[in-house]
Design a protein around this ligand. Sequence first.
Ligand SMILES: N[C@@H](CCC(=O)N[C@@H](CS)C(=O)NCC(=O)O)C(=O)O
Length: 216
Amino acid sequence: MLKLCGVRISNYHNKVRLALLEKGVEFAEDDARVPSQDAAYLERSAMGKVPWVEVDGRTLTESQAICEYLEDVYPERPLYPRDPWERAKVRELVSYVELHVELVSRRLHKQAFYGGTLSDESKAQVERELAKGLAALARLAKFAPMIAGAELTLADVCAFVHLPLVATVTRLVLGRDLVDELLPQAKTYLKALGERPAFQRVAADRKTAAEALRKK
Ligand SMILES: N[C@@H](CCC(=O)N[C@@H](CS)C(=O)NCC(=O)O)C(=O)O
């Protein structure tokens, strides 16, 4: 059986977990795989990051590669439309959310979560790039009612795990919620998504994992 390895406070781990749950795929989970640069760990995950999956003694990293694999192997409950153009539009949205928004906001994590300090110049640079990425996402997002249109897709899974984290770090470090400012429809959309059972479960488990980490 496929095993998902990582930690439940990771938005990328939760992306894969949510995709598995929405697709109704049976899986095992090792949720104690804290990222590491140890040699043995790097044998499994070459960047020392989470998540990865183990299938028949083999490992696969990178959440997007994993989700595409899941789509190929378990097509019954799809997270992509059938039409090639619409499939590409979903991948386009995933890229905007991850490359132009989440990855940019990640540069604020050092100050938001790890006790570091960023220079005013670095913060201003991130703020500019993030504003550009979110404005671009706002041009593409449909919210009709899902981000790519009528159906739930992997782009919704990504929006759900990444956007709240982006909002939190911008509030903590920049003193403003850039997601709310530049993508105002996100609040109602994310709330409605959060009512779906799998989404509810992943959000609740993320909260439990975050509380456990705070108590350590
Ligand atoms: N592109 C990767 C990103 C994964 C990622 O950044 N994971 C974070 C946790 S959310 C991590 O393992 N960070 C540890 C590190 O950067 O060393 C994916 O999509 O799987």
